[in-house]
Structures are given as structure tokens and as C-alpha cells.
Design a protein around this ligand. Structure first.
Ligand code: PAN
Ligand code: ZN
Length: 187
């Protein structure tokens, strides 16, 4: 039998870009993030078509035991005094975790359990983040370059955004050039 040496997809670790036959891309723009940033007036001054983050994903089989692989590229920027961030979510299948790997840029991973207890991990090239089940997660770009992070998660996890309608219990703000994390009651 002739054994072939198959070429798998690849990722350029410094930039997080995939090379593969089939890549799915989704851009989230400022206008899509209504209610996410605390300063609504500042959010309204930004053109709604301004890209905030792009997710590129390998096209993978879906089903129990299958895995998704995707990179998030989060632009640097702020809405008022708040750094650009992803919407953030729990997984619909709450018990399912995820692993993030920092590839470029610098930022924070905001995590929060179901009792609204938040914590932060620094994201940098080479950082590894094991996100447990039952834990909401959001990337925040506190640097001046694009923040890229590679993620691997179960294809059956699903995204539950509605459970965070009150927002996360921490906001990460730029206070005169310093990164400041502020605890909040209601998003
Ligand atoms: C990531 C996120 C990605 C975008 O792939 O989906 O960073 O963030 P939002 O989904 O919160 O907009 C992931 O955590 N997948 O499960
Ligand atoms: Zn996730």
C-alpha cells in the first residue's frame, strides 16, 4: 500500500494566520457590539463598520468529540477609556473548556465563573490559558499592536452570550496610560 504524507493545515505562529484549504472568517465590527462597552456615548462616535476583531477558523467536522481551532485577531483601540475586547461568552455546554494560546501582541484574558467571580490572566506570545468548564471568557487588547490568540475548543460547546447580559464583573480601562481593572456590579 502506498502511504502518503498528508499536508496538514498550518499556522504562522507569529501572526496567527492559517494556511489551509478551507478557512472560515468572521469580522465583528464596532456596530455589532451594542451594550458591550460601558461608555455608550463614546461607542456611538465610532463608525459602526470599524472592525474590532476577526476570527479565522479551520473548517472542521462537527459532533461529539470533534474540535474547533480558530485564531482571534483583536485590534488595538479603545471605546472611550475602555480597551477593545471581544464580546465574551460562556459555552452553551457549560462543562466544556477551551485552551487559548497567546501568539502576538499583549493583553488580558478576563475569566469569570457562574458566581460572577472574575479573574485576569496576562496574554503574551507563548502564553497558555486553560479555560475550565463553567467559565466565561473575553479577550482584551491592552497593547498597541494586534492581539492574536489561537483557541481550541469542542465543536459541541456552543456560545451563550445571553447569560452575560449583565456584563462581566470587571472592566479594564486606560487611566492616563495605565491599565486599570475596575470591579463593577452591573456590567
Ligand atoms: C473564541 C471566541 C472569539 C470571539 O473563538 O469565539 O475569541 O469572541 P466572542 O465569541 O466572545 O465574540 C472562543 O472562545 N470560542 O469558543
Ligand atoms: Zn469560547
Amino acid at each position: 500500500m502506498a502511504i502518503s504524507f498528508n499536508m496538514p493545515p498550518s499556522v504562522a505562529f507569529l501572526a496567527g494566520q492559517f494556511t489551509a484549504d478551507d478557512i472560515i472568517k468572521k469580522t465583528t465590527r464596532c456596530g455589532d457590539l451594542s451594550g458591550v462597552f460601558h461608555d455608550r456615548a463614546a461607542w456611538q462616535t465610532i463608525p459602526p463598520d470599524t472592525p474590532v476583531y476577526e476570527v479565522e477558523m479551520l473548517s472542521s467536522p462537527q459532533g461529539e468529540g470533534e474540535l474547533f481551532v480558530g485564531t482571534t485577531h483583536l485590534q488595538p483601540g479603545r471605546v472611550g477609556d475602555e480597551f477593545y475586547m471581544t464580546r465574551g461568552h460562556f459555552h452553551q455546554r457549560r462543562e466544556q473548556g477551551e485552551v487559548y494560546f497567546g501568539l502576538r501582541g499583549s493583553g488580558l484574558l478576563l475569566l469569570q465563573n457562574e458566581a460572577r467571580k472574575p479573574w485576569l490572566e496576562k496574554v503574551f506570545p507563548g502564553s497558555v490559558h486553560v479555560i475550565p468548564g463553567f467559565t466565561a471568557h473575553r479577550l482584551i487588547n491592552t497593547g498597541s499592536d494586534v492581539l492574536s490568540a489561537l483557541a481550541v475548543w469542542p465543536s459541541t460547546a456552543g456560545h451563550d452570550y445571553a447569560a452575560l447580559e449583565r456584563g462581566f464583573a470587571l472592566r479594564v480601562l486606560d487611566r492616563e496610560g495605565k491599565i486599570f481593572a475596575k470591579e463593577v456590579q452591573n456590567g
